[in-house]
Design a protein around this ligand. Sequence first.
Ligand SMILES: NC(=O)c1ccc[n+]([C@@H]2O[C@H](COP(=O)([O-])OP(=O)(O)OC[C@H]3O[C@@H](n4cnc5c(N)ncnc54)[C@H](OP(=O)(O)O)[C@@H]3O)[C@@H](O)[C@H]2O)c1
Length: 388
Amino acid sequence: MKRLELGIVPERPGVLPEKMLAWVIRPEREGEPRKAMQVEDMPVPEVGPNEVLVLTMAAGVNFNGVWAARGLPVSTIKMHPSEPFHIAGSDSSGIVWKVGSEVRRWKPGDHVITHCNQSCGHCAECNGLDPMACEQQKIWGYESNWGSFAQFHKVQAQQLLAKPTHLSWEESASYGLTFFTAYRMLIDQADLKAGDNVLIWGAAGGLGIFAIQICRLVGANPIAVIGSSDKEPLVRELGASMIIDRKKFDFSKGTEASRAFGSEIRKLTGGKDPDIVFEHVGKETFPTSVLVAKRFGKIVICGATSGYELNFDVRYLWMRQKQIIGSHFANAYQAERANRLIIEKKIRPVLDQVFPFERTAEAHQLMHENKHKGKLGIRVQAPQATVG
Ligand SMILES: NC(=O)c1ccc[n+]([C@@H]2O[C@H](COP(=O)([O-])OP(=O)(O)OC[C@H]3O[C@@H](n4cnc5c(N)ncnc54)[C@H](OP(=O)(O)O)[C@@H]3O)[C@@H](O)[C@H]2O)c1
């Protein structure tokens, strides 16, 4: 068989075609997602001893696919020079299709989702500290190749997690990267406690929808920041009652606008400053985040959508003894614990739109233009009827 038709699951797991369809980024066309990502016939990848080949039922769109398409701030293709093309995609759901000779925990036919952290598995950091501290740590589908925007994807066996049985394939592929990141940021890095006031930038975005739910689950108070009023019903439904429209503040005016924003927060909280600021916007919000955090408060940051060179008044940091904490994705243990909250229905994915495989580049373009809310899904081999 040359290749599988889209939307079809062969009856017997393990049947391998010669080729697969994949959305491929190449160095000569890096730029806007709608041009950079193109469908090509690619070979089905070989698996090593500790790797697994998964038939992609659905994939999830993330901001890292936008960075990969644009080749900014660095070209992802240069991160794997022996394979000078990039198949993006760091979230998936699927069926285990083939396992490497050392894989014991999974077998062909298992229904799985993936977490996107890859590490060597052999060093002291992997075995005693945290795989996120491994010198070879990589985000699969961003820093490494063979991501989920293809009919098959290749992962390390430790990346697999059980698919929640109550969710569709598309919903199951929609939450891993952002939920597990938000979980590590708040639970492990910022040590979130009941009663904390938490300022959440981009509250209706991929990270924000989970930050709100984690706060509610723990008994903390989310303060949701949104950039347009049509996002208000969603953040309210997820459990935020304190909501701020950031467009009412002209942050280009500097400290004056940040102070007015801080006053708005205090109006909502009854005079309290945020114990934790949940940051991922970077350049345009970071000075405000440092200013408005409570004395001894924490700013936990995992990204920089608006720019990564940050300029802020450090006096507000040291004199009020605040902490800036960097955070990056999650390890397998954190991913497993967070996934349990989905299986137990304590946290839910927010899948706003599902696109057919053929419209993968378009979905990335929407995210690039901030014209989405919640998460965007891509249907690959899942038959249409499974959309939840
Ligand atoms: N290190 C990691 O492991 C990790 C993991 C996940 C994501 N990230 C990074 O985190 C960032 C956010 O990811 P995401 O999935 O949540 O993206 P997303 O779905 O696009 O959501 C980001 C939200 O940020 C808000 N925003 C955009 N520009 C803004 C600005 N200038 N000022 C204030 N708010 C702004 C938007 O909300 P409003 O317009 O409604 O305010 C948007 O919904 C990305 O840069 C991503 O690469 C890093």
